[in-house]
Ligand binder design. Structure first.
Ligand code: PGA
Length: 255
């Protein structure tokens, strides 16, 4: 299976910079079909980038777009929010439950579960982020925290739908800190995530569901994560807005 490499640009870049980055990535990634690449720009840039990608990509294997956050209700008086129904023609993926949403915007597990369901309703693949905080880790609760997140965040997903979900394991203490997780620990957590999914949705699903790692991924550590048994790809933050770094990471996933 192709590795899935997701670039989360967060609240970086204006429209001209976003467009320049997409063009550079398109020019420099050697074999765009060898990995599945998803770019998640700030939402205001999606329409323009969708158009540009349509013009520059004449083949199936081009970049796909994702949105960094989505609202769970389809339509209504929710100032500033964007629904899955509104962007379903622009994006294939949506990041849901990122730790920055959980921490800075108070997103709770129940709401994240509703967002996952909204994505599925509109044929958008949710990239559900789970991961423990530093205190959980120090107290030895990492696995329990991740199991609890998964159980509520996936509570509205049916066995027929679960194969559309991507899970990203992102230990909160490793995000944007340079303090990246040891591949051995990531492997243990990915196994745990698959076991939790198996318990709810059956063994075959647990083995098949795509699980990514995210947290301070850089060109020089990407391969160590990509080589982990059961790791289907990467969710890249800081390094994804630097085209040289992101190209190097995608090339590693393609080799
Ligand atoms: P980082 O971010 O690569 O900058 O640590 C990862 C993420 O937030 O998804």
């Amino acid at each position: 299976m192709k590795k899935l490499i997701v670039g989360n640009w967060k609240m970086h870049l204006n429209l001209a910079e976003a467009s320049l980055l997409v063009n550079r990535l398109h020019d420099q990634i050697k074999d765009p079909g060898a990995a599945e690449v998803v770019l998640c720009p700030p939402a205001f840039a999606l329409t323009q980038l969708h158009g540009e990608l349509g013009d520059m990509c004449k083949h199936e294997d081009c970049f796909k777009l994702g949105i960094q956050n989505i609202y769970d209700v389809d339509e209504g008086a929710f100032t500033g929010e964007i629904s899955a129904a509104q962007v379903k023609d622009l994006v294939n993926f949506a990041i849901v439950g990122h730790s920055e949403r959980r921490i800075h915007f108070g997103e709770r597990d129940q709401k994240i579960g509703e967002k996952v369901a909204a994505c599925i309703r509109h044929d958008i693949k949710p990239i559900l982020c789970v991961g423990e905080k530093i205190d959980d880790r120090q107290e030895g609760h990492s696995k329990r925290v991740v199991s609890d997140q998964l159980s509520v965040n996936l509570s509205l997903v049916t066995p027929d739908e679960i194969n559309r979900v991507v899970i990203a394991y992102e230990p909160v203490w490793a995000i944007g800190t340079g303090d990246f997780a040891k591949p051995k620990d990531v492997e243990t957590m990915i196994e745990h995530i698959r076991r939790v999914i198996e318990q709810t949705f059956g063994e075959a699903v647990g083995q098949k569901i795509r699980v990514l790692y995210g947290g301070s991924v850089e060109p020089d550590n990407a391969k160590a994560y990509l080589d982990i048994k059961g790791c289907n790809g990467l969710l890249v933050g800081g390094a994804s807005v630097n085209y040289k770094k992101f190209v190097a990471i995608v090339d590693k996933a393609s080799s």
